[in-house]
Design a protein around this ligand. Structure first.
Ligand code: NDP
Length: 452
């Protein structure tokens, strides 16, 4: 039996890697984790956490305006200081980096700072240090992808958006996915004039069609100039900023151009292929249902391998690997009812299938939907509207899709996701007593399916 320096060597200190390292160490495994940057990965440093903080910052703009309908008056208009927000965010992220470090150290994980490369199926090289491990876990996440375009050197990706200097008064966003929509909403709320370009006719590929259309309407209503079926041919720098020449011959001038055109797995330079690890066409690690790669000692979790690039999915996959290696044994995850939110203004919250997916999978459906102005906006003066939709499999009465565009949709849908995971039927929803007056009660009071 060969002896190894460690039972588990984790490459990557983001959500999945830290969770796996900490939980494995707590179960008595000898664990090392290598990270070349700050602990916490994309989520903590340049993703979910700063994004949500900036989303809160943007929401104050509406709150100040809307409060006047409730009797609040300001002697002078509120003023936004971008530098204060950046500094406070940076301080909070440093605090979180520190917490990640102490959680790992507290669990007894050996932290190694540096770029790790596989030497073989059980050996990792980090700088001068060579370590062997019984199992290796690749948790290196992903990175933004920018397509080839003339003038590409002038654009920024989401990683840079939290520290832009100066604040972009005019922002051009390319893409119609999660990141493009969230950052368009945030910078619009913070006071930028935002133009968003999407190459197809709809935002948010993969979301329910009604949700996509409703969100586009709401984003347009608050002043985001969304242009569909539109791409950039060329970008040039002018004295007054950047100029994007669009495929339809139009020009858009801006202070910054964000490309949010998807993310690709971080697998370059890790020595994976030399170690025999199979990669897919996106460069992601191919894994089986227990997250094991084509090399039996090497596992992968999170954005480096998964198709659902979401922090909670990486955490769940990491726990499954730890259970397989140091716990009760292998188990599989069910991805079908993964809830997700898009922190646009208003938010999207969604769980289960879109109407089109449900129709293809289940056949006959009953669709319930509602669009209304929330009570809050009767006095606020805001034109914001809320949209909710339930998709029910007619044969079993099970609620197989639940979608919302509206305030706190992420918070609301998280609760309903438990019911959906438990297989709740429409009858269970109907028997559930609402909480009045809330926006969420609409989900348990929709009685009449849409005709047809
Ligand atoms: P997405 O895959 O969500 O969206 C990419 C967008 O870019 C799409 O609109 C796509 O268009 C467009 N696009 C792709 N290639 C090109 C190109 N060559 N030229 C022009 N447009 C292009 O990626 P994101 O970068 O927004 O986010 C990556 C992932 O991160 C998300 O899928 C999500 O899983 C995760 N994420 C989750 C968040 C959350 O949970 N709230 C927040 C942020 C990210 P088309 O629709 O035509 O394909």
């Amino acid at each position: 039996m060969p002896t190894f320096d460690f039972d588990l060597f984790v490459i990557g200190g983001g959500s999945g890697g830290v969770r796996a390292a900490r939980m494995a160490a707590q179960r008595g495994a000898r664990v090392a984790l290598a990270e070349c940057a700050e602990l916490g990965g994309t989520c903590v440093n340049v993703g979910c956490i700063p994004k949500k903080l900036y989303s809160y910052a943007a929401s104050y703009a509406d709150a100040f305006t809307e409060s006047e309908g409730y009797g609040w008056q300001f002697d002078s208009p509120p003023r936004f200081d971008w530098n204060v927000l950046k500094a406070n965010r940076a301080k909070e992220i440093r605090r979180l980096n520190g917490i990640y470090r102490s959680l790992l150290e507290g669990a007894g994980v050996t932290l190694i700072q540096g770029w790790a490369q596989l030497a073989d199926a059980h050996t990792v090289q980090v700088g001068d240090r060579r370590c062997t491990a019984r199992h290796l876990l690749i948790a290196t996440g992903g990175m933004p992808f920018v397509p080839e375009v003339a003038g590409r050197e002038h654009v920024v990706v989401s990683d840079a958006m939290f520290d832009l200097d100066p604040f972009p008064k005019r922002l051009l966003v390319v893409g119609g996915g999660y990141i493009a929509c969230e950052l368009a909403s945030i910078f619009n709320g913070l006071g930028a004039k935002v133009t968003q370009l999407q190459r197809t006719a709809h935002l948010l590929n993969g979301f329910d069609e009604d949700v996509r259309q409703f969100l586009a309407k709401e984003m347009g209503r608050v002043g985001i100039d969304i242009r569909f079926n539109c791409e950039i041919d060329m970008i040039t720098r002018l004295d007054s900023g950047l100029c994007a020449l669009l495929s339809r011959g139009q020009r858009v001038e801006s202070d910054a151009i964000l490309y949010a055109t998807g993310r690709v797995p971080n697998t370059q330079g890790l020595g994976l292929e030399a170690a025999g690890v199979e990669l897919d066409e996106r460069g992601g690690v191919v894994v089986d249902k227990h997250y094991r790669s084509s090399v039996p000692s090497i596992y992968a979790v999170g954005d480096v391998s998964t198709r659902q690039q979401l922090t909670p999915v990486a955490l769940a996959e990491a726990m499954a690997v730890v259970d397989a290696l140091f716990g009760a044994g292998p188990r599989t995850l069910d991805y079908e009812f993964t809830p997700t939110a898009v922190f646009t203004h208003p938010n999207i919250g969604t769980c289960g299938f879109t109407e089109a997916e449900a129709r293809a999978k289940f056949g006959k459906l009953d669709i319930f939907s509602s669009e209304f102005k929330a009570l809050r906006h009767t006095l606020s003066g805001s034109g914001e509207r809320t949209f909710m939709k339930l998709i029910v499999e007619r044969k079993t009465d099970r609620v197989v899709g639940l979608h919302m565009v509206g305030p706190e949709a992420g918070e609301i849908v998280q609760g309903f996701a438990v019911a959906m995971r438990a297989g709740a039927t429409k009858q269970v929803f109907d028997r559930t007593i609402g909480i009045h007056p809330t926006v969420a009660e609409e989900f348990v009071t929709m009685r009449e399916p849409m005709p047809g």
